[in-house]
Design a protein. Structure first.
Length: 343
């Protein structure tokens, strides 16, 4: 199920979410699990979920999710902020822990949610211009923020350059092929700089910005829907996650995506998504539905790693050798990547 359909049903769930995914066992090989459950909300319902993780260090993580759940790890302690039922956060981004932005949507009326953190508290980015839709992800640099949204739209906010034109429309990427009446939802965005930004969405739509502006890129296979984007640090390249548990490599807008991994053999593979991707200059970890944890060292073929759960995983972050993932029931796990990848 895509985010557009989920939001239209006022469920507020992320891309590809299902109630009971079948997947690997917690221990993987029957031995002790390499994973440690480090946070769990005892009041969380089975369909509550933490959708995104933004990490600055092993002791400075921000996690956001359903019902405006925001959790901060600092000083070795987890600090959960007050929840707001029906207000769902899908993405969080910031260049430092005192300048964060989280985005999402209300399940009741599909109105957008933008929250900004200045080190003291979370403040709503409202008032919003008329017609600003539900938002799905955020990325930025300096004072600028870019937001992906429904109907193939990307919005920009810069209180310095555009103080009277906040949340203005940056581009509408359109549908695939050209001429589709309704543009598909854009689900994720990431960037290297203002001259290298990639957004990804349903029905094979990608949108790329360089110094000349935005361009729409379309997969020849409209059954492919992209759910996640990750800029590979130290390069101009990106990784893109999709259904069929797909992981692709974006090198240049003039070249097609290079398929790195795909699983067509699992039941209902078109509904099994790579939800988030993280990593560093030499390693990529992708997580998704059915407890999927994929590791790619940019050299050998990607391989599945032991998972802490059989349910969907939605958030992932890598801080040095520590891998963090988040999922259902507002849970966060931690593991040493070196142990997960050891022969």
């Amino acid at each position: 199920m895509t985010l557009a359909l989920a939001l239209a049903a006022c469920q507020g769930e992320p891309v590809g979410e299902t109630v009971a995914d079948a997947g690997p066992s917690d221990a993987g090989d029957g031995g002790p699990s390499p994973w440690t459950l480090v946070y769990e909300d005892p009041k969380a319902a089975i369909d509550d979920a933490l959708h995104d993780i933004h990490a600055f260090s092993d002791d400075d993580l921000w996690v956001v999710g359903k019902n405006q759940q925001i959790v901060h790890l600092a000083g070795g302690k987890w600090d959960p902020f007050s929840q707001i039922p029906g207000a769902h956060l899908y993405g969080v981004w910031g260049e430092k822990s005192t300048a964060l932005t989280a985005v999402g949507a209300s399940a009741f009326d599909l109105s957008p949610i933008v929250l900004n953190y200045d080190g003291g508290g979370w403040i709503s980015g409202a008032p919003f211009p008329p017609g600003l839709p539900a938002l799905t992800d955020v990325w930025g640099t300096g004072t600028q923020r870019y937001f992906t949204a429904l109907a193939g739209k990307i919005f920009q906010d810069d209180p310095v350059v555009h103080p009277t034109d906040r949340y203005h429309l940056a581009v509408v990427t359109g549908g695939c092929p050209t001429g589709n009446a309704v543009s598909p939802t854009l689900n994720a965005i990431d960037g290297e700089s203002l001259d290298n930004i990639l957004a990804a969405g349903d029905s094979g739509v990608l949108a790329h910005k360089d110094a000349k502006g935005w361009i729409r890129l379309c997969s020849p296979d409209l059954k492919i829907s992209y759910a996640s984007v990750f800029h590979l640090p130290g390069t101009s390249e990106f990784f893109v996650g999709s259904n069929f548990l797909g992981l692709s490599w974006f090198v240049d807008r003039d070249k097609p995506l290079a398929q790195v991994y795909q699983n067509l053999a699992i039941p209902d593979a078109d509904q099994a998504y790579i939800q988030r991707i993280a990593g560093d200059a030499s390693r990529v970890v992708a997580v998704g539905d059915r407890g999927t944890v994929l590791y790619f060292d940019l050299k050998s073929d990607p391989r599945a790693l032991p998972s802490p759960t059989a349910d969907s995983l939605y958030g992932v972050a890598l801080t040095g050798d520590t891998l963090w993932v988040s999922g259902r029931k507002n849970r966060v796990w931690r593991a040493a990547l070196s142990k997960l990848t050891a022969p």
